[in-house]
Design a protein. Structure first.
Length: 255
């Protein structure tokens, strides 16, 4: 049983359809449109697909998606969302990133992982999944991941205010920090863009950019309107992605 099975039922209400979740996902989609708006229909492998919002977005644009997750409950949520007209475009599959098994002949134009799914992997495990991704990408294929970095600015301020800065500093360690996800404790590792570039060094870095600076737990804060203004300004001036809540990193396979 995946630690995310328990979170599946409330994930959409707590994040997907929250103000912060919607705004960050729209920014991700806006970037991905540069890849999706090509003449050809892409074959896409989505890692840690969650409840399927991204898979639906890809399929509605005519692309073909294998939406994978370790959580069978999340995969059931995806299946229940797929309308009849998109069933030929989305296939769901259980996939353990520690032992990723996909049909041996399957390769992809785009491999995608959203909102920190890969942050559940240790550094050694991330290196293993990097090999898998490189093997499964077509030449000139794209790998795009949304990652949680070590030094999120608003998270740091929040921890200072709460008097538990020591907990925040654990993000800089290669040891896991156990994070509450909808009542479930999840081992989480944090990767700055330099670490990701090193791990995926066999691929070309196309771009890194911040996706949003507001942690989702601040959704109900009375200061959210102020945070959103700060968030907009930070993105407008392209502040350091390593200070964001999530950042996007885009690689291309060239060999």
């Amino acid at each position: 049983m995946s630690s995310f099975d328990k979170a599946a039922a409330t994930y959409d209400s707590s994040f997907t359809f929250s103000k912060i979740g919607i705004s960050q996902r729209k920014r991700v989609w806006s970037y991905l449109d540069k890849i999706l708006n090509r003449d050809k229909k892409l074959s896409i492998l989505e890692l840690n697909c969650g409840t399927g919002e991204d898979a639906l977005y890809f399929a509605k644009r005519g692309h073909y998606v294998i939406a994978t997750d370790l959580s069978t409950s999340m995969l059931e949520m995806v299946k229940n969302k797929i309308p009849d007209e998109l069933k030929k475009h989305i296939k769901t599959q259980f996939l353990d990133l520690l032992n990723p098994i996909i049909d041996e002949e399957s390769t992809f134009d785009l491999i995608f992982s959203n909102f920190g799914g890969l942050n559940c992997l240790s550094f050694e495990e991330m290196e293993q999944i990097a090999q898998f991704i490189e093997q499964r990408l077509n030449k000139y294929g794209d790998f795009v991941a949304i990652i949680m970095p070590e030094n999120t600015s608003l998270e740091k301020l929040f921890r200072i205010k709460k008097g538990n800065i020591n907990e925040f500093q654990k993000r800089n360690s290669k040891k896991p920090l156990y994070v509450n996800v909808n009542g479930t404790s999840v081992a989480t590792y944090y990767y700055n863009q330099e670490s990701m570039k090193s791990i995926f060094s066999r691929m070309k870095v196309i771009e890194t950019r911040a996706v949003g600076f507001i942690p989702s737990y601040l959704e109900k804060s009375k200061f959210l309107p102020i945070f959103r203004l700060l968030d907009f300004g930070s993105l407008l001036f392209n502040l350091n992605p390593n200070k964001a809540d999530h950042y996007l990193i885009h690689f291309k396979k060239t060999i």
